[in-house]
Design a binder for this molecule. Structure first.
Ligand SMILES: O=c1[nH]cnc2c1ncn2[C@H]1C[C@H](O)[C@@H](CO)O1
Ligand SMILES: [Zn+2]
Length: 352
């Protein structure tokens, strides 16, 4: 069994991490004090526990309510920059060499920032974080639009406008039931015409129709979660039979951004051992492992891998496969992906 230290040292690639879901509890306390935001707990350790316990609700809707206290303190350029820099430093310290971090710019306008100022603040924070991090890391932004709101086209345009300024893609997030991806079809069609990349949160709180829409109507490059693809697979312990949608996802190598701990909290899976990632990995779907919200799940990339190692007996060969899967699925240009695979990931795993 690989040690916690060994897991931290292993190069990891993270495609699905929310900026507003990964703050340090101490930073939430300090920023809340500065702006007079009322928190449920004022001690950093207690607040950290509060986030995990409150997010442990079994419902995506209630899980999402905890973000009021992170988004609430990320309303100035300085605060956003600090959070973004700390995010990159924390990921680097955990051995993440490449990260795509997402957030919804439209949620950070309460104190007068423009959408552009929000993206600039995150960019400044990422640049600072990359410069001071204890290990080399490349961090890029994904811009999220909230699926229950109506700003997706504007956010898609923002993502295209910043494609040479640190933004590598687009996403939609928020409550899934009642807000299908096709509600934002114009934004996705626009992105396709612009040769831009996007992922869609789908198949987390809602099942196959959401995944089918995300891929076949909207043209998603990747699936955020996608766990419910398991509903299109029958498995008797030996033989697996894939329905047409599951077969399509596997044949086309559509990356699944799986977030095991987050899924336990929202009720999308009952335990890590029963999480569909086990079967999907065995069936060689393009599985990637992600954190989703490090604060709400009290987790990190190394911890997610440790949980999988415990449940499924995974070791370095599997972690290498996850890292390469994720790096191949990243939204940066092919030559940059290849460089990180050939110069960082493969050499490290070959020598360990
Ligand atoms: O797992 C998730 N599913 C759907 N929406 C989510 C998830 N995690 C975070 N969000 C929402 C809450 C955040 O405020 C927003 C942008 O990061 O995305
Ligand atoms: Zn998410």
């Amino acid at each position: 069994m690989i040690s916690a230290e060994g897991l931290r040292a292993a190069p990891k690639v993270l495609l699905h991490d929310h900026l507003d879901g990964g703050l340090r509890p101490g930073t939430v306390v300090e920023l809340a004090g500065e702006v007079g935001h009322a928190l449920p707990r004022t001690d950093a350790d207690e607040l950290g526990v509060w986030f995990v316990e409150s997010a442990d609700s079994g419902s995506l809707e209630r899980y999402l309510e905890t973000f009021d206290h992170t988004v609430g303190v990320m309303q100035t350029a300085e605060a956003i920059k600090r959070v973004a820099s700390e995010c990159v430093q924390d990921l680097a310290a955990d051995g993440v060499l490449y990260a795509e971090v997402r957030y919804a710019p439209e949620q950070h306008l309460n104190r007068g920032l423009s959408l552009e100022q929000v993206v600039d603040a995150v960019r400044d924070g990422f640049e600072h974080g990359m410069a001071v991090a204890e290990r080399p890391i490349v961090a890029r932004q994904l811009l999220t639009a909230m699926r229950h709101k109506a700003r997706s086209m504007e956010i898609a345009e923002l993502a295209v406008g910043y494609r040479d300024g640190g933004v590598v893609g687009f996403d939609i997030a928020g409550a899934e039931a009642g807000f299908p991806p096709t509600r934002h079809l114009d934004a996705f069609e626009y992105l396709q015409r612009e040769n831009a990349h996007f992922t869609i949160h789908a198949g987390e709180a809602f099942g196959l129709p959401s995944i089918w829409q995300a891929i076949q109507w909207c043209g998603a490059d990747r699936l955020g979660h996608g766990v419910r693809i398991i509903d299109d697979i029958t498995y008797d312990g030996e033989q697996a039979e894939l329905g047409r949608l599951a077969a399509y996802v596997r044949d086309r190598r559509i990356p699944l951004e799986m977030c095991p701990s987050s899924n336990l909290q929202t009720g999308a899976a009952a335990s890590i051992a029963e999480h569909p990632i086990g079967l999907l990995t065995k069936l060689r779907f393009r599985v990637t492992v992600n954190t989703d919200n490090r604060l709400m799940s009290g987790t990190s990339m190394s911890r997610e891998l440790a949980l999988l190692a415990d449940a499924f007996g995974y070791g370095l060969d599997d972690f290498r496969w996850f890292a390469i899967n994720a790096m191949k699925s990243a939204f940066i240009p092919f030559d940059e992906r290849l460089k990180l695979i050939d110069e960082v990931i493969k050499p490290w795993y070959a020598s360990h």
